[in-house]
Write a protein that binds this ligand. Structure first.
Ligand code: BTN
Length: 234
């Protein structure tokens, strides 16, 4: 893959790749020092001040069966990268990465379709590298620096891309099951009582498993439920 493209500032690295998808090849990675309109899941704002890594990768997959698992591949890749740097990350299903129950990375994918045909998918990750004062964010958050790990966002970027491309061929050919052991090993809520929120809907249960498709298997009072999307509260 070609080296990542660097910008000092973008509105959002996801938006940049979506807007320029026609001129850029599969596998293009971009990162920015700041984002002025970084966004997260469920239309939330992603605070993107200097010090963080704001990475997105443009993918043009021919096989569309495993699109939903690309965010999970990114979560596992970020975990491998953070472990290499000495942290002990856990995954909060479906794809947040936490250390000591504090968020260190958020991941968002967006697809672009034209006349019902998939043109591209962009997988974006925001990793907290050298920011401080993350306690002002609406949920508990930390950075590598706050954990005492001094590194650069370029080092984190190189590691994330290395692991992402190592595991991408298997995932895109055979799906989530290829990364499931790595995901489950780091799935903090496994066996715990959790609440899953999706809009107005709230479900309680025990996080029993993550299926070979990457969905959450929740044991509820009325039996097992397969959850495709939501926010997990442990
Ligand atoms: C979340 O946890 O809600 C997902 C956050 C995703 C943030 C990243 S930063 C790089 C890319 N560009 C964006 O605008 N969002 C993603």
């Amino acid at each position: 893959m070609q080296p990542p493209i660097h910008f000092e500032e973008l509105d959002s690295t996801i938006t940049y790749l979506k807007n320029n998808r026609a001129d850029l090849p599969h596998g293009t990675a971009v990162y920015a020092d700041r984002q002025t309109a970084g966004r997260g899941r469920f239309n939330r704002k992603w605070v993107s001040q200097e010090g963080g890594l704001y990475l997105s990768i443009l993918l043009k997959p021919k096989d569309t069966r495993f699109l939903a698992n690309l965010t999970q591949l990114m979560a596992v890749s970020v975990c491998h990268a953070l472990e290499e740097l000495g942290a002990d990350p856990k995954i909060k299903w479906p794809n947040d990465v936490q250390v000591n129950a504090q968020k260190i990375c958020g991941i968002l994918s967006e697809a672009v379709t034209e006349k019902g045909r998939l043109e591209a998918v962009v997988v974006g990750a925001g990793v907290n590298v050298a920011q401080e004062g993350l306690d002002k964010i609406d949920q508990p958050a930390t950075s590598l620096k706050e954990l005492g790990i001094n590194t650069t966002k370029e080092r984190v970027l190189d590691l994330v891309l290395e692991f992402f491309w190592r595991d991408y061929p298997a995932l895109s050919a055979s799906g989530f099951k290829t990364i499931r052991p790595d995901f489950l090993k780091r799935f903090a809520a496994l066996g715990k009582e959790v609440t899953v929120k999706n809009g107005e809907k709230t479900i309680f249960g025990t996080a029993e498993d993550v299926s070979p498709n990457g969905t959450l298997i929740l044991r509820t009072a009325s039996g097992p439920e397969e959850i495709y999307i939501g926010d997990l509260i442990v």
